[in-house]
Write a protein that binds this ligand. Structure first.
Ligand code: ZN
Length: 272
């Protein structure tokens, strides 16, 4: 297989979550990509804006705020976006804040990616480098034919964006959960066991689960294909919380045989 070279990987943690261990994540990525330098930083906006010339920083912030407001989805069933002035002003204020930023807004994942991407040049990051931004902000994508936004955990691009809120909100919980909630039983039935069956906000399992999404970003960058059909492989594209937890935590292995083989080629090792 012809592999794209990867000389450097950047990991930004803008989640503001105490359970995201960015050092452990960088170490995991480092093991996966061998000779590649893996750098980790805090907030992506703060990092990028710090590198902008003082005379231009106001304008760059204005443009970024405009792009972020334009990425806001104001109606989940339509492609209507929120580029209006109050949203621009809101995003401009948020740029001055430290993470975690408020999570009440849904963004179009690809447009959010484009807004982030405008900052890469200012941050002097090469287009060939792999950049992953971990954020607590929620984004979704319109699925082919469907005119409704679906929340996502990850969007692949330059940069790849991973959402910790998406981890909780995007993959569906077990069907019984929705049924019990409808019947008003969710506060009575099996609360203890339920804790384990899906991820919560600031769940202690978050870092371990994020490793799989970073692996997907690495496979996307190096092979063009981030996903696997096999449940239990970290590249499995889980639509259910239980499949997500199984693939990232419980299967007892990182990858299926095929992807293990490909992962070996990243480091140049013959056996692993
Ligand atoms: Zn696989």
């Amino acid at each position: 297989m012809e592999l794209v070279a990867l000389s450097r990987m950047y990991l930004f943690n803008a989640s503001g979550s105490p359970v995201v261990d960015v050092e452990a994540l960088a170490e995991y990525c480092g093991e996966l990509v061998g000779k590649t330098e893996v750098l980790h930083h805090g907030d992506f906006f703060e990092y990028g804006l710090r590198k902008v010339n003082q005379l231009d920083v106001g304008q760059v912030k204005d443009e970024l705020a405009e792009a972020l407001a334009g990425a806001r989805v104001t109606n989940p069933t339509a492609s209507k976006k929120g580029g209006e002035q109050p949203f621009v002003d809101y995003e401009r204020r948020m740029l001055e804040k430290q993470p975690p930023r408020p999570t009440g807004v849904l963004y179009d994942g690809f447009e959010l990616c484009l807004a982030y991407s405008s900052l890469l040049t200012h941050a002097s990051i090469d287009a060939e480098d792999l950049v992953v931004v971990i954020t607590n902000q929620l984004f979704g994508t319109l699925e082919g034919g469907d005119s409704r936004y679906h929340a996502r955990v990850i969007v692949f691009g330059g940069p790849c964006i991973v959402s910790t809120t998406g981890l909780v909100e995007a993959p569906a919980r077990p069907r019984e959960h929705y049924l019990q909630r409808q019947l008003g039983l969710d506060r009575i039935v099996g609360k203890e066991d339920e804790q384990e069956r899906w991820l919560r906000t600031d769940d202690p399992r978050t870092t371990e689960v994020l490793k799989g999404y970073l692996a997907q970003a690495i496979f996307f960058h190096l092979t063009g294909d981030p996903f696997c059909e096999e449940k239990g492989c970290r590249l499995f594209n889980a639509h259910w919380q239980e499949d997500l937890l199984f693939s990232q935590l419980e299967s007892g292995r990182d990858f299926c045989e095929r992807h293990q083989e490909i992962a070996r080629s990243f480091t140049g090792a013959r056996d692993g």
